[in-house]
Design a protein around this ligand. Structure first.
Ligand SMILES: [Zn+2]
Length: 83
């Protein structure tokens, strides 16, 4: 692979699996074990277009079409001025 990090110019990346949080307006979809490449220097993560497309599709199926997700969690929400 011969690419360069957009942020720091480093050329070394490592393959990782991470948790990806897809956000659209106020809706969130959390996807675990998403493959990405992480810059070894600054830690910026790069996802392949096909990976992001897959997540977007899944978001559509769950949020728009009402498909049941594997799991749902309750997420606490705070206002910064009140904490
Ligand atoms: Zn970098």
């Amino acid at each position: 692979m011969n690419k360069t990090c957009n942020f720091c110019g480093n050329k070394n990346f490592r393959e990782k699996h991470v948790q990806y949080i897809y956000r659209h307006d106020t809706q969130l979809l959390i996807v675990n074990n998403v493959p990405c490449e992480e810059c070894e220097y600054c830690g910026e993560q790069y996802f392949k277009a096909e990976v992001l497309k897959k997540i977007e599709k899944s978001f559509g199926e769950i949020i728009l079409s009402g498909k049941a997700a594997k799991k749902e969690i309750k997420v606490p929400v705070e206002e910064f001025t009140e904490i």
